[in-house]
Design a protein around this ligand. Structure first.
Ligand code: TEU
Ligand code: CA
Length: 555
């Protein structure tokens, strides 16, 4: 049996280690803490764990700033702990996907330390060093974490490029020596037996030579260089080289995180004949509730746009390439607070959102806490926030004259710390995450929303996810059936059909708190041939939907 595409049938669970489970009371999640919870993850039924970075790091961006790729962060444990975790996962028939962060390193990485020493250091060219222009930065690019994308270095009178924080200098992938070092590092982990990589902003590794100025809109502090560093000129060549040198020699899965990738780009990245990566994370569906000017400018979701967008991706990658399916990760607010209702209909809407995603074609990703319906958090004071993106944005907007309240409204809706509060295990202090003081405050909701309660309630969101995962394993139509959007213009219902030979599934999702009658005749005529496969309410009528109700029907 051909097992090459095992990841097409898998469900992935993402762990953000700092916030998952603290085994030794220092307030920081760790590897032994993860090992303690592997039976819990097995019970959920996921096949693959994607682990956010656990490498040695000064934690300017919680591990996405790596100081040493082949050492485990002290707070998380040792290499022996890591090996034990990998072993325990494999014993349970689960796989491990590691984060690969190679668009940039920490400024404390040995390569950068060397690079900074002098202009003729052999590592100088591992990064982007440039002279200033007319006494200013080499170009007008802004950093994704606010401010300029350039940092001045007094001793050499040059600037270095950092698309993220100034402690995350960008690596120069034009340099073949750098590429060889990265490939060696990847082999080190793969030879240990890990099962794949999630590649951080990997479509940003090829920059347009010359690094031209980006368009600077009216009222913006910096230019947008996106078109010169996302999906850049040599990106496909570089990924094909990485695939040839490293990836193709192992039976692994790869997912590239790719902001700014369109479905057309995605076909090129994921078409198996092109040998690049297995799938990518798109951002298009996560940008639909942002107004122009970026994620902090809020706009209500228009469900018709969401349906159009996800349908476009489903169709584009149906026969060539492969989709990843996600609502949540460590950079995104909690989906039940975002597209659902985190008050009265929290349980119903969490199950509805899960159903809507999990019956599509692609590999689903569940982010820690999603399976118990964890919600966004509102801290009154900026002091309680930890995320560098949030803090930098706050300071930048204060200087621009926004009010504290305006900025906090954006943070409550979109801040990354919404996803990073401690995992809620039980009703004890701090949700049972730590016996000490957590590095970031727990969401006070832990008293109600936690794993212990979920496991004691047969109607919980947890058991609903467990069922979704089990159904996916039994039904090939979910893996390779066609996708067709139904009720295209309906403003509150997301409905679609999956078909495979003479099989069919109809998925109906009410994204509103209204009771709705389905008036579509064509659909109503189909119903008699179908029976109920799954629902988030006690059996009801298929011709109407209660608040946030979802039903899946099978022919
Ligand atoms: O995120 C890439 C990325 O584009 C994010 O900055 C995203 O736009 C933002 O978080 C939305 O708020 C990856 C990692 O997932 C993120 O945690 C890192 O901070 C970033 O790369 C730098 O490594
Ligand atoms: Ca700890």
């Amino acid at each position: 049996k051909n097992n090459d595409n095992w990841w097409k049938k898998s469900v992935v669970y993402q762990i953000y280690p700092r916030s998952f489970n603290d085994s030794n009371g220092d307030g920081i999640g760790d590897i032994q803490g993860i090992i303690e919870k592997l039976d819990y993850l097995k019970l959920l039924g996921v096949d693959v764990i994607w682990l956010s970075p656990v490498y040695d790091s000064p934690n300017d961006d919680n591990g996405y700033d790596i100081r040493n790729y082949q050492k485990i962060m002290n707070e998380f444990g040792t290499m022996a702990d890591f090996d034990q975790m990998l072993d325990e996962l494999h014993k349970r028939d689960m796989k491990l996907v590691m984060d690969l962060v190679v668009n940039h390193t920490s400024d404390e990485h040995e390569w950068f330390v060397q690079s900074k020493k002098s202009k003729d250091n052999p590592y100088r060219d591992y990064y982007f060093w440039r002279e200033g222009k007319d006494g200013k930065e080499p170009n007008n690019w802004g950093s994704i974490f606010s401010g300029s994308a350039w940092e001045y270095d007094e001793p050499s009178n040059e600037y270095y490029l950092h698309l993220f924080s100034k402690k995350q200098p960008d690596l120069n992938w034009e340099n073949p020596k750098l590429r060889e070092d990265v490939y060696q590092m990847m082999k080190y982990w793969l030879d240990k037996g890990i099962d794949g990589f999630r590649m951080d902003v990997v479509n940003m590794i090829s920059k347009q030579p010359g690094l031209p100025d980006g368009v600077q809109s009216e009222g913006q502090l910096y230019g947008d260089g996106g078109q010169y560093f996302m999906n850049g000129p040599r990106i496909h060549e570089l990924l094909q080289e990485m695939n040839h040198e490293v990836l193709s020699n192992y039976p692994i899965m790869t997912v590239g995180e790719m902001p700014g990738a369109t479905p057309e780009d995605a076909i090129l990245y994921t078409d198996p004949d092109r040998k690049e990566v297995n799938m990518i994370f798109t951002f298009e569906h996560m940008d639909l509730d942002s107004a122009p000017g970026g994620k902090w400018n809020l706009k209500p979701l228009n469900l018709v746009e969401l349906k159009e967008n996800l349908t476009k991706w489903q169709s584009a990658l149906h026969s060539k390439g492969w989709n990843s399916l996600y609502w949540n990760n460590h950079d995104q607010p909690r989906i039940v607070s975002r597209f659902g209702d985190d008050q009265k209909y929290r349980v119903e809407s969490a199950k509805m959102l899960a159903t809507c995603l999990h019956f599509m074609q692609g590999t689903p990703y569940i982010y820690q806490g999603e399976e118990i319906g964890m919600t966004n958090v509102k801290f009154d004071s900026l002091e309680d926030y930890r995320d560098i993106e949030t803090i930098n944005m706050y300071n930048e907007r204060m200087a621009l004259g926004y009010t504290h309240e305006e900025i906090m409204t954006s943070i409550y809706a979109k801040g990354r710390d919404n996803a990073r509060t401690p995992m809620q295990w039980d009703t004890s202090e701090n949700g049972g995450f730590t016996s000490g003081i957590p590095w970031i405050k727990a969401n006070p909701k832990y008293k109600e929303i936690n794993v212990k309660n979920a496991l004691n309630d047969s109607q919980s969101i947890f058991y609903f996810y467990q069922k979704l995962i089990a159904i996916r394993k039994e039904m090939d139509i979910i893996i390779d059936g066609d996708f067709q959007l139904l009720l295209k213009d309906h403003p509150e219902v997301f409905a679609y059909e999956r078909t495979r030979k003479d099989e069919s599934l109809i998925v109906l999702c009410n994204f509103s708190a209204n009771e709705l009658v389905i008036e579509d005749e064509e659909l109503a005529n189909k119903f008699p041939e179908y029976h109920l496969l799954l629902s988030n309410y006690e059996a009801g009528k298929t011709t109407s939907l209660r608040p946030y109700e979802t039903v899946v029907l099978k022919k």
